[in-house]
Design a protein around this ligand. Sequence first.
Ligand code: FES
Length: 219
Amino acid sequence: MTLRKSANAPLTHLLQPLASREEISRPSRRIPAPPRTPLRARGVEGTTADPITPGGERPFVRVASEDELRGDGDRVHVQLLDADGAPRHVSLINHDGEVFALDSLCYHAGGPLAAGDIEDVGGSPCLSCPWHLYKVTLRTGEKLYGSTRLDDDGVTLVPDGVKSVGERQRTHETELREDGWYVRLRLDGVLESDRFANKRVPGISGARVVRVDQPVIAA
Ligand code: FES
């Protein structure tokens, strides 16, 4: 049966008494936030990470199906929630049949590096950051640049090959398993891209949230 709104229906809601001044000025009661769902161990729905063992290596975490990264140029952007709940934006990119993973946001100023075009720079495939066109290698996270030197006349600048300023962008391990692509974060030391690992950039970050398991507590 379809209920129709009648034009003659009594407007009873308009007859309700107005709230008293006291009620209006009373601060609204805070509704307590629901308890945070604790991160749970492997086997729980939505969690596809290897367990973290005390003192052991970080886990591999499933982040994509094989199909999602099958073609050259395919990309998957994920937000990994670490065991302590901290998010990290990581992108997986298929280039020429090889799948690379690196921090999504550019070490320079937090631009959407992982959405950049891929260019060959001195034989290394590099992401070209859309914001300031820095070239960052997919394989090592180094920033490359075209160097110059003074010619023999001491006046003219001439090209001097491609050089690296060193590793700036964090890269991560990838692994294809029977049920899809896994990534394992490499978090040793400190790298410049760490400053932006948790930031948000529209269109690139947080496309998919994947949880890393809680550490397994030794008995
Ligand atoms: Fe990427 Fe500046 S933010 S080059």
